[in-house]
Design a protein around this ligand. Structure first.
Ligand code: HEM
Length: 208
C-alpha cells in the first residue's frame, strides 16, 4: 500500500509539500493509466488481426516492435494536441491570429496518405525500412524530444508495451468472449482521449 505522510514534510520555506507531492503522484499515475489504454488496444489488435498476431509468436523482436508501432498508429488515443497561438503568423496561406485555439490532428497525421500508403489497413510490415521524421508519426506528440512537443516518455511507453505483449504471448492463454469490436462503436471520436469504450475483455485465462 502506498502511504505518504504529507503533514510532516516542509520545504525550505517551511511550506507544506502537498502540492509538490500531489503533482508528482499524478506524474506517476497519469502515464501508467495512459499506457493501459494501449494495453487494451494491443489485445484488440491481436484479436482483430489474427494473421499478424500469429507472426508475433515467431517473428521475433523486430516484428513485435513493428506490431506495437502499428498499434500506436492505427488506433486512436490522443486524437489531437491543443495549443494557443502566441503571436500572429502565416503558415502555407493560413493566417493564425494570437490567442486562437488550435488543434494538432495527431490521429489524422498518423493516417495521412502523403506519408502512409493504405493508411486504413493494419499493416505492421509498413515499418520495415520506414523513414521517420519528427512530424510523420506523432501518436505521442510531434517534433523532437529536446525542443518540440514529443512525449518524453515515448521510449518508456514502448518498453511497457513490449513487456505487455511478451506476457500475452508467452505467459498466458485466454479466450475472447463476444464483444463489439466495430471501430465506430468502440472508439468515440468526441472523447479525449478516445479510449476503447468497453476496454478489452478476456476470460478463461490459463498460465502457461
Ligand atoms: C499512452 C501513453 C502516452 C501518451 C499518448 C502520451 C502523450 C503525450 C503527448 C501528446 C505529449 C505532448 C504534450 C504537448 O507538449 O503538447 C506528452 C508529453 C509528455 N509525456 Fe507523455 N504520453 C504517454 C506516456 C508517457 C509516459 C509513460 C511518460 C513517462 C514515463 C510520459 C511523460 C511525458 C512527459 C514528461 C511529457 C512532457 C514533455 C515536455 O513537455 O518536454 N508520457 N505525452
Amino acid at each position: 500500500m502506498l502511504y505518504i505522510n504529507l503533514l510532516g514534510n516542509l520545504d525550505i520555506n517551511n511550506e507544506l509539500l502537498e502540492k509538490v507531492v500531489a503533482v508528482e503522484i499524478l506524474n506517476l499515475l497519469r502515464p501508467m493509466v495512459a499506457v493501459s489504454v494501449w494495453v487494451a488496444n494491443i489485445g484488440i489488435g491481436m484479436h482483430q488481426f489474427p494473421e499478424a498476431a500469429k507472426q508475433l509468436q515467431n517473428g521475433g523482436n523486430q516484428y513485435i516492435e513493428m506490431f506495437l508501432q502499428e498499434t500506436r498508429r492505427y488506433y486512436p488515443f490522443f486524437p489531437f494536441a491543443v495549443a494557443r497561438v502566441q503571436k500572429d503568423f502565416e503558415y502555407e496561406g493560413f493566417k493564425l491570429k494570437k490567442d486562437t485555439l488550435t488543434l494538432l490532428d495527431l490521429y489524422g497525421t498518423n493516417r495521412h496518405p502523403k506519408d502512409w500508403s493504405q493508411p486504413e489497413t493494419f499493416l505492421p510490415e509498413r515499418f520495415i525500412n520506414w523513414k521517420q521524421t519528427p512530424f510523420n508519426f506523432i501518436p505521442q506528440g510531434g517534433g523532437n524530444y529536446d525542443f518540440g512537443h514529443r512525449c518524453a516518455g515515448e521510449f518508456v511507453t514502448m518498453s511497457m508495451m513490449k513487456a505487455t505483449i511478451h506476457y500475452l504471448i508467452k505467459y498466458i492463454s485466454y479466450d475472447v468472449p463476444e464483444q463489439n469490436f466495430d471501430f465506430n462503436f468502440n472508439f468515440n471520436f468526441n472523447d479525449i482521449p478516445a479510449v476503447p469504450s468497453d476496454g478489452f475483455t478476456i476470460n478463461n485465462i490459463h498460465y502457461l
